[in-house]
Design a protein around this ligand. Structure first.
Ligand code: PGA
Length: 253
């Protein structure tokens, strides 16, 4: 499976000029890579500007969120057809920062289905806020997966990317990120949960990526030991040096 590296810029940078500058340096790097799909998720405000400035095939674009309705009176929301019309081929849904603002599993599921309907690939984020010795967090994750994927057919699940992002590891440093062996266990757990919903042959085709303080210093170990299919990178994606180094590491792995 080809590796995916998604840059989640969140609500950064502050201006379109800075966004174009960052994009320019990342796209140069991405265009040299053979084994990585680089996916950029800039703020909505800059998405069209970046896609207009790109004619290559080595970078894809994602929205950081999307609304499930096709159009109408939904002030502030953005539809799948709108992001698709400006060149996004992926949509992040269920990011913990959206869930923290009130998004539920039911909402996330509607977004997943809306993306699939338009043939835009959902990047479904899941992740527990903390861990407990009784393993309750596993039930929590199982619910996020099962409810997030409700009514997704066995044909369509192949179009979904699962991003496992434990909330306790987000926005910290390498020291606080997940360890490769723990990630490997989580990959097995996610695949087991998926195989309760879909045939195994299909499950093996679903990319499982990791997010939560991915930096050049832990990318390689997480790829090899964690056996992940790529990364969702937050803060390190705003540094050209760090992000391009992560791309190099993943391309070599
Ligand atoms: P981080 O963010 O890399 O800064 O931890 C990841 C994310 O929230 O997607």
């Amino acid at each position: 499976m080809r590796k995916l590296v998604v840059a989640n810029w969140k609500m950064n940078p502050a201006s379109v000029k800075e966004a174009l500058d960052l994009f320019d340096k990342v796209k140069k790097k991405a265009s040299t890579l053979k084994n990585v799909d680089t996916i950029l998720a800039p703020p909505f405000a800059f998405l069209g500007e970046l896609t207009c400035n790109y004619s290559g095939s080595k970078v894809s674009f994602a929205s950081q969120d999307v609304f499930w309705e096709e159009g109408g009176s939904y002030t502030g929301e953005v539809s799948v057809s709108q992001i698709k019309s400006i060149g996004a081929t992926y949509g992040i849904v269920g990011h913990s920062e959206r869930r923290a603002l009130g998004e539920t599993d039911v909402d996330v599921n509607k977004k997943v289905l809306a993306l699939i309907k338009e043939k835009v690939t959902p990047i479904l984020c899941i992740g527990e806020s903390s861990r407990d010795e009784h393993g309750e967090y596993l039930n929590f994750l199982q619910k996020e997966i099962t409810e997030g994927l409700k009514s997704v057919s066995k044909n369509d699940i192949k179009r979904v990317v699962i991003a496992y992002e434990p909330i306790w590891a987000i926005g910290k440093s390498v020291r606080d990120a997940m360890k490769p062996d723990e990630m490997h266990e989580m990959k097995i757990f996610i695949q087991k949960t998926l195989s309760e919903l879909y045939e195994r042959s299909v499950v093996s085709k679903v990319p499982i990526i990791y997010g939560g303080s991915v930096e050049p210093d832990n990318a390689r170990a997480l790829l090899e030991g964690g056996e992940v299919d790529g990364f969702l990178v937050g803060h390190a994606s705003l540094s050209v040096t760090e992000f391009n180094e992560i791309l190099t590491i993943v391309n070599r792995a």
